[in-house]
Ligand binder design. Sequence first.
Ligand code: 4AD
Ligand code: MG
Length: 465
Amino acid sequence: MAYQEVSVKQLYRNPQQWLSKQVELSGWLRQNRSQKELAFIAFNDGSFYTNVQIVAPNTLSNFDTVAKVTTGSTIRVRGVFQESTGAGQGHEIIADQIEILGLADSSNPIQNKRHSMEFLRTIPHLRVRTNTFMAVFRVRSLLAHAIHSFFQDRGFVYVHTPIITSADAEGAGEMFRVTTIEPRGHKTDKQGNIKWQRELLGKRTYLTVSGQLNVETFCTAFRNVYTFGPTFRAENSNTPRHASEFWMIEPEISFGDLNVNMDLAEDMTKFMIQYLLDHASEEMDFFNTRIDTGLLLRLENIVKSDFARITYTEAIDLLQKSGKNFEFPPEWGVDLQTEHERFLAEETFQKPVFVTDYPKTIKAFYMRRNEDGKTVRAMDMLVPGVGELIGGSQREERLDVLLASMEENGIAPEEYKPYVDLRRFGTFEHSGFGLGFERAMMYMTGMKNIRDVIPYPRTPKNVFF
Ligand code: 4AD
Ligand code: MG
């Protein structure tokens, strides 16, 4: 008799088509509740969030073995798909045959019980088999797709910016070094300067902190471009929202000022949320009930609302007048702390808010100078629960002003020649921003720690596999 190979997703999306049919599935046993006459197996094949129940009758030739199959084991099931006789259980498969392909040792740390997030962080290779992480990583995949759809549908060209670089895009010095030379193997000249030309790449190199400078030069040809890839920060920040390796989406738009830039950021954020509501309803329901009650209501409201927009100067004023006792007192000229960002987004506006026109002294060299001589055309988008989700700016397109800013920031224009060339060979107004992909994941799933939305998190003093 012919059993038809099928996925759990196909069964659940179209149960009528499969009723009373002989089906075959391969996948993993999540839970085994066996009784004398029947074994009830919660089964998942990775195609769908929800498990399907397999009912194994004791007439199976290997019933004694089946009844003892452990959580995590790989099995192949042949049986008949039908409506469940148990109350409120939907559908099930009555097994004719269960083949045990790979038995999981009973020392498998993932068992059918509640594990703490902290414990699961110690086993990233196994935590992916739990409900929470199945939901997180499927949503992560869908969200990446949503971002590409958003930009591709709007004619943006995807640029693969380099991961190894010789330039510090943010000018903040938070770079991981890339070298093939052993720690004490560097040769020096008579003055004691390291001979970087002996490096395999012939230069002192780093892992990139941002693809911005490279993607910016591509907007001079394609008009609207974006990069989406891994970025690295060697800052020693041990917080729930900083990682040493994270993914960033960085669009760059020609002939657009800071307002156009903010419109794009707002549209993109809403598009991402709507995409998840439309394409990941099982996972989003799970987050809403088990991780962050009220998540769905909040996200649905955000899609409908206009994000707030204030200047940095107004933000400082609001914070100072709030009467709130901050750990770091807000003061003009000092960068906003997470507590300030969250206060503005969570209490003042209760929705995403753009803060613009920061003091030039706390922002990167490439941001466009305002007429006041003190501030730059920067914008950060702050969201409830996370704080800064997006950082961007209108870029300084005036050659002389850019060179002056580089000098003020101690940056040698020779090292940034390709970047400066953009202003030399046909300059124009342009803007862009960077969205932290993991922060977007946290915001849209309600997960509280960046370590729990990236498959193998890299954070200070932590690399597993
Ligand atoms: O504000 P940042 O540093 O901006 C840039 O890198 C610009 N070059 C972007 C641009 O204009 N093209 O970083 C952008 C975003 C932040 O808003 C935050 O969401 C995320 O990247 N981010 C981090 N996410 C996780 N861990 C870290 N250590 C992060 N640092 C920044
Ligand atoms: Mg920033």
